[in-house]
Design a protein around this ligand. Structure first.
Ligand code: FE2
Length: 541
């Protein structure tokens, strides 16, 4: 059965997935194809076209449309009184009232285009939970989903066992940890729902402010209490331009500390009451790598899985997997990688390069020649294979540099037009993880966990170690990305470390590169040195 997963139009990120018999065929965020950042509220035409083409099917082949949300939001109280609210049924059929909650065009579009498909709405946070639990490879786990808000909830806690979800807590809107972090982002003068990564990156420069520790707490009966007035009244001296040198660093540290304190309290209770020591995470807040690392470091759990598309894009996948499970007992395979987007062969790539007029040559040994250039401190765009699902670049749409030279931290942030103090992450050969990080035996294929770098290794990779001695590594395996693995291996032969600096292949405010044309445009408008696309190396003239 072909199932098309689509984010609800009220989601922060538009995305689509295609699932057949429990297998994820393709998944992509609409912003990658439409080139409109987040593409929220848009009908994901381009993504739908891509996934159908990838599978070689047409719209009439789709039997189920799984929507990652119900649209129950503003009318929370009304629906709660009707028995739907905080005790949301875990799934339910579309009703006429829900239809009115959807953007009219979205629903019309589905009805007109997918004549053979039944529409199933999966509550937003259940879709987040499904996106992580079904593909974690764990038979049994606890789960936590948190974000600003999705439908009438801001998160779920519960137990996943025998492919079913038992919700132990639904977080109300006023308990929203995602909204709390978002409000801090706004207080710091940054754009909410976009710049939360800056708060996380700034936090290690500062110290939590003790007088603000009461802004958020978890009560003994597991309610989250947030003092919204106190957050919105936060003031700081703004006469300095560098946030690492004024009070903002401490406010950021406070936000991070409050988030971790609350999540750890919830997780501790859940672990103690269930006796389960594995956890699955999703929801936009699970993109907070430092929080995820803190959960593992706490020792409360032995293993952790974070959905790479933890943002709302992941609900397009989770909803489809949920609907699959409602209709089939067929097992869903663990998600070992996130390479679910489009790819381009050398012929297609060469046409676009020729068209661009940029200088290029075909490489006989891509890994060897690119590794050599990176060791010479060249900054390289790297576009290979299928693009990643989710906001992290994992070696298919990446910007790569030499981690052994401290100068590259600054240089890459300049190329990307990012603040100089924001950290950059390492990609490391999977087998070397334990050698470089205090990682509690964990891998980190999706670059969503923070670890302390072993002290003796810090001088070897200074450009990818943050000010608190931590890093946010991606572990790279030859099983899932042979080309990237080979590149890092070659770099190790030249430079002595099995690590590259890896950040996303895009410029400020622009979605990550999707196709060769996007990559060439990025090269032309940036100060990076080369772009390697497939077997071609392109330089600015
Ligand atoms: Fe969400």
């Amino acid at each position: 059965m072909w199932i098309l997963g689509i984010t609800h139009p009220g989601s922060l990120n538009g995305a689509v997935s295609l699932v057949k018999d429990g297998k994820i065929i393709a998944a992509i965020e609409e912003e990658r194809v439409s080139r409109i950042k987040r593409a929220a509220g848009l009908i994901p035409h381009n993504s739908i076209e891509f996934v159908l083409k990838k599978a070689g099917i047409v719209k009439e082949d789709i039997e189920k449309i799984a929507v990652g949300g119900t649209g129950l939001g503003d009318d929370f109280e009304k629906y709660r009184k009707a028995g739907i609210g905080s005790g949301l049924p875990r799934t339910f059929e579309a009703s006429s009232s829900m239809h009115s909650r959807l953007s009219n065009n979205f629903l019309k579009y589905i009805q007109i285009n997918f004549k053979n498909a039944e529409i199933v709405y999966v509550p937003h946070h259940l879709a987040h939970a499904a996106s992580t639990c079904y593909v974690s490879g764990f038979d049994k786990s606890i789960f936590v989903t948190t974000d600003g808000r999705g439908d009438a909830e801001s998160g779920l806690l519960g137990i996943f066992e025998n492919d079913t979800f038992e919700v132990t807590k639904s977080m109300r809107i006023d308990e929203s940890l995602g909204a709390m972090y978002r409000q801090f982002t706004q207080q710091l003068g940054w754009q909410p729902s976009l710049d939360e990564g800056k708060v996380m990156g700034l936090a290690p420069y500062g110290k939590p402010i003790p007088s603000m520790d009461d802004i958020a707490k978890v009560t003994p009966d597991q309610k989250i209490q947030i003092d919204w007035d106190k957050i919105t009244s936060i003031k700081y001296s703004s006469n300095k331009t560098d946030p690492t040198k004024d009070e903002r660093k401490d406010i950021a540290a406070t936000a991070q500390n409050l988030l971790e304190k609350c999540v750890l309290a919830l997780v501790k209770n859940l672990v103690e009451t269930t006796g389960i020591d594995k956890i699955c995470l999703a929801g936009g807040t699970a993109l907070n790598i430092d929080m995820n690392g803190a959960i593992l470091e706490s020792g409360l759990v032995k293993d952790i899985f974070v959905q790479p598309a933890a943002n709302d894009a992941g609900t397009a996948l989770g909803a489809a997997l949920y609907v699959h499970k409602q209709n089939s007992s067929k097992k869903i395979e663990p998600m070992k990688h996130a390479y679910l987007g489009p790819e381009f062969d050398d012929d297609e790539i060469e046409i676009d390069i020729k068209d661009s007029g940029l200088k290029y040559r075909k490489l006989s040994n891509v890994a060897e020649e690119v590794a050599e250039l990176i060791s010479q401190n060249k900054i390289i765009g790297w576009m290979q294979g299928r693009s990643e699902f989710g906001p992290r670049a994992l070696g298919c749409r990446s910007l790569l540099a030499n981690p052994t030279d401290m100068e590259m931290w600054k240089k890459v942030n300049v190329v990307k037009d990012r603040e100089y103090w924001r950290p950059l992450a390492p990609s490391i050969l999977e087998e070397s993880m334990d050698e470089y990080f205090n990682n509690f035996g964990a891998k980190s294929p999706f670059m969503l966990l923070k670890f302390k770098v072993k002290e003796e290794k810090i001088p070897k990779i200074p450009a990818v170690v943050h000010v608190d001695g931590s890093a946010r590594p991606q572990s790279v395996s030859g099983d899932t990305n042979q080309m990237y693995y080979d590149l890092i291996k070659k770099f190790e032969e030249i430079q002595g470390v099995p690590i590259l600096m890896n950040t996303s292949l895009n410029l400020r405010g622009v979605p990550i590169v999707n196709n060769p044309q996007d990559a060439l445009e990025t090269l032309a408008f940036s100060k990076m040195d080369y772009m390697c696309i497939g077997n071609y190396l392109v330089s600015r003239n």
